[in-house]
Design a protein around this ligand. Structure first.
Ligand code: MG
Length: 278
C-alpha cells in the first residue's frame, strides 16, 4: 500500500483515539524538602524509588581533598579514614597484632621488619595510597622496590619498581600478583612519588560458605587505569592458584608487605563503600 495513503488514513482517525495511545503525563511534584521530581514514574528495579524520585536520600556532602605533587602531600576528602598522615603508625600493627616496628621519617613510613596491617578492618573500600620505590640496587625483576597492598589482608595489588625493569607481567606494578597483569605500565622512576587509587569490592558468600561473587578491583596507577573491574581468582599467593574454597570473613585489614626493600609510603586514606542502590 502507498505509505502516503496510510499516513492520511491515520490522520483521519479521531483525535481522541490518538490521544488515548499517548503515555499519561507525569506531573512534577515538590516534596517537603523542596526537591522537585516525579512520583508517578516507573519504579527502579530492586529499589523502593521511582525514576527521578525526589524522596530518594540526598548524597552526603563531602569536601574533596587535594592532589599531591612530588614536593607536597595532598589532603584527603573530608569523610576519609586517614590511615597514615605522615606523623605516626598508630593505626597499624604487626600481622600478629603486636606494635609495628615500621619507621616514620620525613612524612613517610617504611619497613621495619614484617608486614603491617591496619587495626581497623574493611570490606568494600576506596583506597588512596602513595608509594616511592628506592634507588636501583643492582637487582632486577622482583628484586627492585617490591612491596604490595593487600585488601582484606589477602588480595594483593603489587607494588614494584617496574621503571625500565621487566618481570613476569602478572607480577608487575599494578598487577593482581600471580593472576592479572596491569593494562599498562604507568611507573614513574624510582625516587618519585606514585599513587594508587582503588575501588575494591569484597567477595560474597552464601550462608553455606559457597561463593556468590569474587572480589573485584578497579585500580588507577598515577591516574592511569590499570585494572578495570577485574575479579580476583582467590586470595593472592606465590606459585599457586588462589581459590575461594574457604569462605572469607566480610571484612579484613589493609596489609602492606615488607619484601625486604625500603619502599616508602605516605598519604594513605580509605573510604568504606556502602552497598549500591540503597
Ligand atoms: Mg609484592
Amino acid at each position: 500500500m502507498n505509505p502516503t495513503i496510510i499516513s492520511l488514513g491515520l490522520a483521519g482517525l479521531t483525535a481522541a483515539a490518538v490521544t488515548t495511545a499517548a503515555p499519561a503525563p507525569s506531573p512534577r511534584v515538590t516534596n517537603s524538602a523542596g526537591v522537585v521530581g516525579y512520583k508517578s514514574t516507573p519504579g527502579l528495579p530492586g529499589t523502593p524509588w521511582h525514576v527521578h524520585d525526589p524522596d530518594r536520600p540526598q548524597p552526603v556532602v563531602v569536601t574533596p581533598g587535594t592532589f599531591s605533587s612530588q614536593e607536597t602531600t595532598g589532603q584527603p576528602p573530608s569523610d576519609a579514614i586517614v590511615l597514615f598522615d605522615g606523623k605516626d603508625v598508630a593505626k597499624w600493627q604487626s600481622a600478629k597484632g603486636e606494635p609495628t616496628n615500621w619507621k616514620v621519617e620525613a612524612g613517610a613510613m617504611f619497613p621495619g621488619k614484617g608486614d603491617i596491617v591496619t587495626k581497623q578492618e574493611f570490606g568494600d573500600l576506596q583506597l588512596h595510597l602513595e608509594f616511592c620505590t628506592p634507588p636501583p640496587n643492582g637487582k632486577s625483576g622482583q628484586g627492585r622496590g617490591n612491596s604490595g597492598v593487600f585488601f582484606m589482608g589477602r588480595f594483593e595489588l603489587q607494588v614494584l619498581d617496574c621503571y625500565e625493569n621487566k618481570t613476569y607481567p602478572a607480577g608487575q606494578t599494578g598487577s593482581l600478583y600471580g593472576q592479572q597483569p596491569p593494562l599498562v605500565n604507568a611507573c614513574r622512576a624510582p625516587g618519585q612519588w606514585q599513587t594508587y587509587d582503588v575501588a575494591f569490592t569484597a567477595p560474597r558468600f552464601d550462608a553455606d560458605g559457597k561463593l556468590l561473587q569474587p572480589a573485584y578491583i578497579t585500580a588507577f596507577h598515577n591516574g592511569v587505569l590499570v585494572q578495570n573491574h577485574v575479579a580476583y581468582g582467590g586470595p593472592s599467593s606465590h606459585k599457586v592458584l588462589g581459590n575461594y574454597d574457604k569462605p572469607i570473613p566480610p571484612a579484613g585489614p589493609l596489609r602492606l608487605q615488607d619484601h625486604g626493600d625500603p619502599v616508602r609510603f605516605r598519604n594513605i586514606w580509605v573510604r568504606p563503600i556502602p552497598p549500591a542502590g540503597k
